[in-house]
Design a protein around this ligand. Structure first.
Ligand code: URA
Length: 210
């Protein structure tokens, strides 16, 4: 694995991740925690955003100070669990636009099948963060990045809550240029493509569907 993988192991994230993993955590708590963790992780993912100097007046004097500059942002959510990251990230970057890509895993082959796609037309000129809480087999993330790159996007990162070693390898083989941000690299995948020890089915836990 190369140094394009960033494990964000801040104590606050570790604590919240433990609560997310716990099967006793309710849907409401899970959603709240996802929003909090995505804000904390987003803070790191957006660390290299460019800024420019502007002149402002404080109540006491004039000064030069920094504001965000450069490319506009786009957050791409891989449906449906990626939506669990949107509230927190949009709180940090309220003017970002949002793209969606719907991919489900065929339960037998675990191969991703695309069923929905809506990206902003000017995505190629934006700074893009693709989000999915689980980088499991890696196939869904690879397929999503393939579609993002079809839009001539060159500035793109992938943000997940958990990654498996197998998924990271698959992703890096396909997209070695795309930095991956995660809160943990878990032990392994099980035979159904779930991450162990993991958090279970992220979509079900966010949306309370099981
Ligand atoms: N998707 C999930 O929601 N959980 C996993 O463990 C793997 C893929």
């Amino acid at each position: 694995m190369n140094n394009n993988i960033h494990v964000i192991d801040h104590p606050l994230i570790k604590h919240k991740l433990t609560l997310l993993r716990d099967k006793r955590t309710s849907t409401k708590e899970f959603r709240d925690l996802m929003r909090e963790v995505s804000m904390l992780m987003g803070y790191e993912v957006m660390r290299d955003l460019s800024t420019e100097e502007v002149e402002i007046e404080t109540p006491l004097e004039t000064m030069k100070s920094q504001v965000l500059a450069g490319k506009k942002m786009c957050i791409v959510s891989i449906l449906r669990a990626g939506n669990g990251f949107l509230d927190g990230l949009l709180q940090l970057a309220p003017t970002a636009c949002v793209g969606h890509i719907g991919l489900y895993r065929d339960p037998d082959t675990l191969i991703p099948v695309e069923y929905y796609l809506k990206f902003p037309e000017d995505m190629g000129s934006r700074s893009v963060i693709v989000v999915d809480p689980m980088l499991a087999t890696g196939h869904t993330a690879v397929a999503a990045l393939d579609r993002v790159k079809d839009m001539d996007v060159t500035d793109v990162k992938f943000l997940c809550l958990l990654a498996s070693p197998e998924g990271l390898q698959v992703f890096q083989d396909a997209h070695p240029d795309v930095p991956v941000y995660t809160a943990s690299i878990d032990r392994e995948l099980n035979e159904h493509g779930y991450i162990l020890p993991g958090i279970g089915d992220a979509g079900d836990r966010i949306f309370g569907t099981k």
